[in-house]
Design a protein around this ligand. Structure first.
Ligand code: MRU
Length: 361
């Protein structure tokens, strides 16, 4: 794996291919998306996941819907249905709605629907790659400064969930500064939260850090506070699925607790985000961001590889126990040290965001 691998790509016959992230880290399986229903299912069942990749998959989903409509001589209502189905695929990551809105405007202004849908989806993908690369350019000085403070010693970074290249197209958001630091020879070590219940940290972040040769250690989700109390974390960097106008940040469940512990231990807590994850239409993340609730079996069962090499799902509680499965939580802006964006780093506040993105004034 290198920083040039992509998580979504097109074939010469204009099919869309993605990595089945449910199979990682044990198997690398490629899935072909041939219809918008395939794209919708891939988002819902988390074959693809991560805010930017969800947006890109939905965009290509609309391209596939346009193709199905033309090839089968279907009415425009088929496309409307594709938009509404994809809009309902997951609720929290705003990139989904942003990408679908972009596809809608591209089609509203198009002469050739198929070319317009293809071009717009391709643009969304290319822009995300450059955006994530720039997040790395702006985030790198934070890591360089910590390396200097440690007299060239290792910089310990803690992260939660997967906001790496697997959640984006290339580079990733939190991993872009990390990969760029490693390329510059800076010593970096990453504490990887396993991120129950879907284990995106254990399955995905650990996988891509391994493939990129980045030193890392997997920890259970409750370990971060202890590490912070003992000076073993220099900085926390997490991703986000939606960031509000006042700088509140929704990210994978458990992020808020890391931010609280960071505040208590005076450890910088940064959020890396492409501006496509900003939702400038809302202020208060706690009341206005829809939090996904998923199937309780994701909590009750754990999937893993047995010593015999079989992938199995095992029950870890009494069959009749009820489980709650909230996918995300909201970290209030007051706990966020800064937002690392493609245009630079800003305070997590309306004024901070507007200083980099004045077009939202
Ligand atoms: O449920 P997931 O795996 O889609 O959640 C992903 C996250 O919470 C990521 O941290 C976030 O989307 C940022 S991805 C760059």
């Amino acid at each position: 794996m290198s920083t040039t691998l992509r998580t979504i790509w097109t074939t010469p016959s204009r099919h869309i291919e993605v990595i089945d992230q449910r199979k990682l880290p044990h198997e690398f399986v490629v899935v072909s998306l041939k219809t918008y229903q395939d794209a919708d299912l891939a988002i819902r069942n988390m074959t693809v996941r991560g805010a930017p990749l969800i947006g890109a998959t939905a965009a290509y989903g609309i391209y596939l819907a346009v193709r199905q409509m033309i090839e089968n001589g279907l009415e425009g209502s088929f496309l409307d249905e594709a938009f509404s189905t994809l809009r309902a695929s997951r609720p929290t990551a705003v990139n989904l709605f942003w990408a679908l809105d972009r596809m809608q405007s591209a089609l509203d202004n198009a002469n050739d629907f198929l070319d317009a849908a293809w071009d717009e989806a391709s643009k969304i993908v290319e822009e995300d790659i450059e955006t994530c690369r720039m997040i790395g350019v702006h985030g790198l000085p934070l890591i360089e400064a910590l390396a200097a403070k440690n007299n060239g010693g290792t910089v310990n970074i803690l992260t939660h969930c997967n906001a790496g290249m697997l959640g984006c197209i290339q580079w990733g958001t939190i991993t872009s500064p990390i990969y760029q630091a490693v390329q510059k020879g800076i010593k970096v070590h990453v504490w990887v939260d396993e991120t129950r219940p879907r284990n995106q940290g254990a399955n995905l972040t650990a996988y891509e850090l391994t493939k990129h040769g980045v030193d890392h250690t997997l920890i259970v989700d409750n370990t971060g506070g202890h590490l912070m109390q003992h000076g073993m974390v220099d900085i926390i960097i997490v991703g986000t699925d939606r960031t509000t106008r006042q700088g509140d940040v929704a990210n994978k469940i458990g992020t808020y607790l890391k931010a609280l512990a960071a505040k208590d231990n005076k450890i910088p807590f940064y959020v890396a985000l492409p501006s496509t994850t900003l939702d400038m239409t809302i202020q208060n993340g706690l009341t206005e961001i829809p939090i996904e609730e998923r199937d309780q079996n994701e909590v009750k069962y754990v999937v893993g590889k047995t010593t015999q090499g079989q992938i199995e799902s095992v029950l870890i509680c009494p069959e009749s126990t009820n489980a709650a499965n909230y996918g995300f939580d909201v970290t209030p802006a007051r706990l966020v040290t800064g937002l690392i964006t493609e245009r630079g780093i800003c305070e997590a506040s309306e004024a901070g965001i507007l200083s980099l993105f004045p077009e939202y004034n």
